[in-house]
Write a protein that binds this ligand. Structure first.
Ligand code: GUN
Length: 253
């Protein structure tokens, strides 16, 4: 795990990931670098970790400080150790639907859907948000399960009209209480990917939970909904990375 700078949210996320590794008996190292770290220095660390035999997975916590190009760093991580599934090779595999690593947050959402006994097939699925980390891969994963998928974003016209048609609504906007009860169909499955800190420090999602809960067929809370699932999927990818790399070395043959 690599963290650059002192973003408080990133610190919490990295601590949670480190804790999960400890609980599962996964060896982990944390590289906490100062905000002034240069892109070249970070690239050098990534390259060192790419070649470190006792490390199977590399995670560079985002966002990075403005002077570092995130794409350059992500592209430098070996696709075989890319447990976030952010590298273009892994993103491409997600597009095709045949992949080694699941994108952690969207995969966590899918796991919640499956474990709740909900089928995606033929459902109207609406994803609000089009980020590379969540919105885009989420849409692909719902599509792979034969959902009819619509992606909405900041330029979408008549947003409420579209979200109101959703059987499955995934909110990944990054704005507190963005999805209100008038935007939701009765009985909808509402999955809240948002993590927003209110001025009083309270952590809330993108969905007005209190109002939408009354209408929803199923709904995830924040905190305690998608967040822990993201970490679980990261652990799954890390174990998979170790198995794939050991297989390559012939250890399991
Ligand atoms: N920042 C916010 N979410 C994530 C994530 O899933 N992985 C990494 N590396 N950074 C993030």
């Amino acid at each position: 795990m690599v963290i650059v700078g002192d973003d408080p949210a990133s610190r919490v996320y990295v601590n949670n990931k480190k804790k999960a590794c400890g609980e599962l008996g996964i060896y982990s190292e944390e590289y906490a670098l100062p905000a002034e770290t240069t892109e070249a220095e970070l690239l050098e660390l990534v390259e060192r970790l790419n070649h470190k035999n006792d490390i199977n997975g590399i995670l560079v916590q985002l966002p990075l400080p403005k002077h570092i190009n995130e794409e350059t760093i992500i592209n430098a991580i070996s696709p075989k150790k890319d447990v976030d599934a952010f590298h273009p090779v892994n993103v491409g595999k997600i597009m095709i639907g045949n992949y080694d690593f699941v994108p952690c947050t969207p995969a966590g959402v899918m796991e919640l859907i499956h474990e709740s006994g909900i089928s995606v097939e033929g459902k109207e699925c609406v994803v609000v948000g089009r980020s590379n980390i969540v919105g885009k891969p989420q849409a692909m994963m719902l599509l792979h399960e034969n959902g009819t998928v619509t992606i909405c974003h900041s330029r979408t016209k008549n947003l409420a009209e579209i979200t109101k048609k959703a059987d499955i609504l995934v909110a990944a906007v990054g704005k507190a209480n963005f999805i209100t009860a008038d935007m939701v169909k009765e009985g909808a499955v509402i999955i809240d990917v948002g993590m927003n800190r209110l001025p009083d420090k309270k952590l809330v999602g993108d969905v007005d939970f209190t109002a939408c809960e009354k209408l929803a067929g199923a709904i995830t809370p924040v905190p305690g909904g998608v967040g822990p699932m993201t970490i679980a999927m990261l652990m799954k990818n890390t174990v998979k990375a170790a198995i794939l790399q050991n297989d390559e070395k012939g250890a399991y043959v």
